[in-house]
Design a protein around this ligand. Structure first.
Ligand code: BGC
Length: 401
């Protein structure tokens, strides 16, 4: 392969965030309630004011555009738009509309996520995604949010990591029944929630298209890529099926499919293997593995051939920004290789624009931009300038460069 790979015209080059992780005071959401209750010992601290991006989003966008990014993926918050069942806040809708317009004014194309892990507490309390009418309720919210995305938005992600949302539904069921979660593994996705999420996705796609037929819709799956030991490929496929592949297959026929990759699970003859003692770990405890993205791209392209892919998240929690650059260099080399092989990838969004609330703690820092926890002052890290500049040159590093 050549030393450099030039990104095709129109390729999305951005960073990602989610509302609950950066806005602050998302008090009507289920996660806010989980944090106040200390639902599990994985919740070390509440999100509180987060990065105060509810007020500081113009500064976040100024920074991203100034760094060279051309795209910004952010989510809108259902709990703010529909604080109680059927009662909608036109103020919240206007707020997110201003964000879409603000992105455009700065030369950033907004990718809007409609659901990123958090739902209104009222929705979760009445059964969440497993409830028979969850798709109707989601579609009603998506319809109310139409003024946000009716113009100026080309890409909508309906639901972020539905597979992890279904895992969380299973965990919540166990915890509310007084049980406890396994220390080192995640529960399987809850089946009723999985069905509800697939239904809700389809309803959301139809709703978006009825208001804005030009919008390209998809959802983003947590890829949980595997690194099978020799001869354990079948075990890897069996591991991935209920956790990932079911959700990829549900996206067949969509305008695009998002993939999110951070690390890989080693698979042996009887399933997942522990991370080796001597392996480098990131601040989330995951194995350092830049090649996770390449594995996820190939698995996804093989599972749903013909569906365009967008990397909607990829990144690393580290206090060492040189490791972030090294990790991302490796991941981008794999991206270039997969694209050169013919995999149709239409965008790359780094997770995350900002150091933010990592679902229970501010300790794992994924950000390209540091955020002072008291003053909220933003300081771009060297990785931000390095990665943003690719938005101007449109040239990716390759394994041979
Ligand atoms: C989620 C993000 C999260 C990131 C790192 C993804 O699972 O979409 O909200 O912060 O991974 O854990």
């Amino acid at each position: 392969m050549d030393d450099f790979f030039t990104l095709p015209e129109g390729f999305l080059w951005g960073a990602s965030t989610s509302a609950h992780q950066i806005e602050g005071s998302n008090t009507g959401s289920d996660w806010w309630a989980f944090e106040q209750a200390g639902l599990t010992d994985r919740i070390e601290e509440p999100s509180g004011d987060a990065c105060d991006s509810f007020h500081r989003w113009p500064e976040d966008m100024d920074l991203l555009a100034g760094l060279g990014f051309t795209d910004y993926r952010f989510s809108i918050e259902w709990a703010r738009i529909e604080p109680s069942p059927g009662r909608f806040s036109s103020e919240a809708v206007a707020h997110y509309r201003r964000m879409v317009e603000g992105a455009r004014e700065r030369g950033l194309r907004p990718m809007v996520t409609l659901h990123h892990f958090t739902a209104p507490l009222w929705f979760t309390e009445r059964g969440g995604w497993a409830a028979p009418d969850s798709g109707d309720l989601f579609a009603r919210y998506v319809e109310a949010a139409a003024p946000v995305y009716g113009e100026g938005v080309d890409h909508i992600c309906t639901i972020n990591e539905p597979n992890m949302v279904a895992v969380m539904a299973a965990a919540l069921r166990t915890l509310t029944a007084g049980g406890s979660l396994p220390a080192t593994s995640l529960p399987l996705p809850d089946e009723a929630a999985t069905e509800g999420l697939v239904r809700a996705h389809r309803r959301a796609v139809d709703t978006v298209k009825s208001y804005a037929p030009h919008v390209r819709t998809g959802w983003s799956v947590a890829n949980q890529a595997c690194r099978p030991e020799p001869g354990c490929e079948e075990q890897a496929a069996a591991y991935l099926h209920p956790r990932v592949s079911v959700f990829l297959e549900a996206a067949r026929g969509d305008d695009w499919l998002g993939l999110q990759a951070y690390t890989r699970t080693r698979i042996g003859p009887s399933g997942p293997l522990p991370i080796p003692q001597d392996a480098e770990r990131t601040l989330t405890g995951w194995e350092y593995d830049p090649q996770a993205l390449g594995a996820a791209l190939r698995h996804t392209a093989a599972t749903v051939p013909g569906t365009p892919l967008i990397v909607t998240e990829n990144g690393i929690a580290t206090a060492d920004d040189d490791r972030r650059i090294a990790y991302t260099t490796g991941a981008l080399a794999d991206l270039a290789e997969a694209m050169a092989e013919g995999v149709d990838v239409q965008g790359y969004f780094h997770w995350s624009a900002l150091d933010n609330y990592e679902w229970g703690s501010y300790r794992p820092t994924f950000g390209l931009i540091a955020v002072d926890r008291k003053t909220f002052v933003r300081t771009p890290k060297p990785s931000a300038a390095w990665l943003g500049a690719i938005g101007r040159t449109r040239v990716l590093p390759t394994a041979s460069s």
